[in-house]
Write a protein that binds this ligand. Structure first.
Ligand code: WTA
Length: 631
């Protein structure tokens, strides 16, 4: 609960309203009025008349800034006695000491008080035109009922509850019900396999799982309950599985199952925030559930895919639900761009004010299309950089600031309270502009992760130890000659497939389990639609009689089963050896250059132990790519 509460304190509460509602670019003004119109608190800082001076205040007088927002925007059970006690060198980040709040109260009760019939959620179901609207009062009732069910079943404060559900009102109510009673929710993306789900249930030592009988996605039935049943077989600690009926299909019940009843919704027409991320990822947590609800907004729960029943789905939804802010991922934009402008132009998008992008760098072509075709050059595009660990948006254009320009494919400027630094690999802070290096944040902020559940040591080693005194993001960044920030991709062994983060080690682990595999290396490569794809290099065991095609098919199946469908690699290359240093480390940068088709830029190979291996891999890569193309 501590994690959940503290992560939900302030950054979720304040940025949504201020980040997403406004606009002005160099070429055209989107300003929605003075700063104080949407951030009245700015008035209490005499010098802060515009974004720039308020940003300065937020960094230089952080305590006063966050303290003021925390008091004005949140309801506290016990007021805090001090704003923060943070020391990144010591691995300490504590905010709002002595204070106690409940995030569910801030998301629901606070608003039910003033506008009970305002629509909180619009559930955009898989089939277009079947949307369901849930008011704040209904969501509170649903949440309270579920909290009581959880309590009755023995779930207590501090217990972990795994939620394996597609975006639907009950999933949001489940998150809020956990928060309400002080349980910790672990939402597992409902695309994950039984194995991945089981890993997560065991890791969290979760005794309770909440799911639905079946999901519907892109017109297809997804057997979620069956996946849960398989996962639970490997998790003896699970004591109960709460099942809600998303479809009419009656499934055989197990001894652990508890059926949840359905609810009734009414209809209310209001402005809407349309973030189409799944609730199983951080974007869904912060910008579908907690951010919009804490701010009393109306939020869309998108259950479907961008191409179901056709590639006009997003824009048809925008027209029908009158979405004002649309927040999506570059991978979807790139996919839709390929289908042409007609699918967009068919629908009325006049309700749109701001278009957001998140999850990975957005290339210029996709940015331009989003801006010109989708937004008719009327809506600013905000390329928002942040990550699970930061809790909310950290670097992003602020289109409301008069005079601010927005350039394609750039997250541009730090948001309130965020002090980005660029560091070289020796840990020196690179001052001035036109520099690239590791993106670090030099000052604590309330939304940051403070620990890894049950593993504080790992938290310190991963985020604070690499650059003492700084929070290390794992991303590379370029500060342009104008002082803007442009993200350049991950510096570690993480790949980002369609905006979903995956450790290459996790995939290698799965691949290495195959009987024929002696060794493997998984490398990310640029992919036109997905942003990055996984490229798998395999060394076979000496006695292996496997045909390459059979092996590739089995490995794909294994990855789909053990990790998720989205992770299935397009390229699997069998090779005799992997390039290694004399000390036995795989030279991933060499493999990376090869899969990026930059074999002529392999750089310094003095530590390489076998030059022939590299030549063979380059040849093998060429053949594989040609073969794949001709298929
Ligand atoms: C990447 C998603 C470039 C980055 C909110 C980060 C981005 C990781 C952007 C976090 C962006 C996210 N431009 N890269 N606008 N937004 N990323 O934790 O590598 O799923 O570290 O959070 O996505 O992914 P996560």
């Amino acid at each position: 609960m501590a994690w959940l509460l503290t992560r939900a304190y302030c950054p979720r509460a304040l940025p949504w309203a201020s980040r997403c509602l406004c606009g002005l670019m160099k070429v055209r003004s989107w300003s929605q009025g003075p700063l104080t119109a949407y951030m009245p608190e700015a008035a209490s800082f005499p010098g802060a008349r515009d974004h720039q001076s308020l940003y300065k205040t937020s960094v230089e007088q952080g305590d006063a800034f966050w303290g003021m927002l925390a008091r004005s925007r949140l309801t506290w059970i016990t007021p805090f006695h001090s704003i923060q006690d943070c020391d990144l060198r010591q691995g300490r980040a504590a905010w709002f000491l002595g204070g106690q709040l409940n995030v569910a109260v801030n998301c629901l009760d606070r608003h039910v008080h003033v506008a009970p019939d305002k629509v909180a959620l619009i559930w955009e179901k898989d089939e277009p035109g079947e949307e369901v609207r849930v008011t704040y009062r209904e969501l509170l009732e649903m949440t309270c009922r579920l909290s009581n069910t959880l309590k009755r079943l023995g779930v207590k404060r501090g217990d972990r509850v795994t939620i394996y559900m597609p975006p639907c009102p009950l999933a949001v109510a489940s998150m809020l019900a956990c928060a309400r009673i002080g349980a910790v929710h672990a939402v597992v993306f409902a695309g994950f396999s039984a194995e991945s789900l089981a890993d997560r249930i065991r890791d969290a030592q979760s005794e309770t799982v909440i799911t639905v009988n079946q999901g519907l996605r892109g017109g297809k039935v997804v057997e979620l309950k069956k996946t849960v049943d398989q996962a639970v077989k490997q998790c003896p600690g699970v004591k109960r599985v709460l099942v809600s009926m998303r479809t009419d299909n009656q499934l055989p019940m197990t001894a652990l199952d508890v059926l949840l009843e359905e609810y009734v919704f009414d209809y209310q027409d209001r402005d809407v925030f349309g973030c189409v991320a799944d609730i199983g990822w951080i974007t869904g947590h912060s910008y579908v559930v907690y951010g919009p609800l804490c701010n009393g907004g109306t939020t869309v729960l998108f259950e479907s895919t961008p191409v179901h029943p056709n590639p006009g789905r997003y824009w048809e939804t925008v027209e029908r639900l009158k979405i004002n802010q649309f927040y999506g991922a570059p991978t979807a934009i790139r996919l839709l761009l390929r289908y042409g402008d007609e699918w967009v132009k068919k629908y009325d998008r006049s309700s749109l004010k701001v278009l957001g992008s998140v999850g990975e760098p957005i290339n210029k072509e996709a940015w331009e299309w989003y801006f010109r075709v989708v937004g008719e050059t009327r809506c600013p595009v905000v390329d928002t950089w942040w990550q699970t660990e930061t809790g909310g948006i950290c670097i992003s254009p602020r289109p409301s600031n008069p005079g601010d320009e927005i350039l394609p494919g750039m997250a541009m400027r730090p948001f309130f309270g965020i002090s980005p630094s660029v560091l070289d690999d020796k840990g020196n802070v690179l001052l001035g502009n036109n520099v690239s290096g590791a993106l670090c944040i030099s000052q604590a902020w309330p939304g940051m992760a403070r620990t890894i559940y049950n593993d504080h040591k790992r938290f310190v080693e991963t985020y604070l130890a690499p650059y003492p005194g700084f929070f290390f993001t794992g991303d590379g960044v370029y500060r342009t000659s104008e002082g803007y920030y442009q993200l350049t991709g991950r510096l570690d062994d993480i790949i980002n497939i369609s905006g979903h983060r995956l450790g290459t080690a996790e995939m290698e682990d799965v691949v290495n389990h195959h009987v024929a595999v002696a060794e493997s290396a998984v490398i990310g490569y640029p992919h036109e639609i997905k942003g990055e794809g996984a490229y798998v290099f395999i060394v076979l065991k000496k006695d292996s009689k496997y045909m390459e095609e059979t092996l590739a098919a089995e490995l794909r199946e294994l990855i789909s089963k053990k990790i998720a469908k989205y992770a299935v690699p397009e390229y699997i290359q069998v090779t005799h050896r992997l390039p290694k240093t004399r000390s036995g480390k795989i030279m991933r940068r060499v493999l990376r250059k090869i899969v990026e088709n930059k074999a002529s830029e392999l750089g310094d190979l003095t530590t390489l132990d076998d030059h022939d291996a590299v030549q063979q891999i380059i040849e093998g890569h060429k053949h594989l790519v040609e073969r794949q193309k001709s298929c």
